[in-house]
Design a protein around this ligand. Sequence first.
Ligand code: ZN
Length: 148
Amino acid sequence: MMDEIIKSLSMNLECIDYKLKESQYVFTVASIEKGVVCPYCNNPSSKVHSLYQREIQDLPIQDRQVILLINTRKMFCTNMECSHKTFAEKFDFVDSHGKKTKRLVSKILTTSTKLSSVSASVLLKSNSVKVCKSSICDLLKKNAIHCG
Ligand SMILES: [Zn+2]
């Protein structure tokens, strides 16, 4: 079941580990693909520079907050003509520097467009989504929706 949740984000992800903390499900996930395509020159590379972990909030499950720990690779670009020596692995389901999955962001937006950001924050919290009033406003502004 856990693997299905992860596969619903991307078929190229696998669930390495998961823990149930008091009010959180914590999934450790990683890409199963060997190579990563360089975003600057579109050449695939499988030469790993280093690894780091991103912490991303996803849609809650059974009233528990869901945290994805994504093992992310920093790669060497092996194309000599490329303008960049290294690049970071990207995932379709989250923005490059995002802290929330796109599907969580759209849930927050759907909730917030109908309510004030204060009520939305309270409602989302009761649905196990951790988001503060100001980040709701930021999200609304980014999507050109008035923040009330
Ligand atoms: Zn490159």
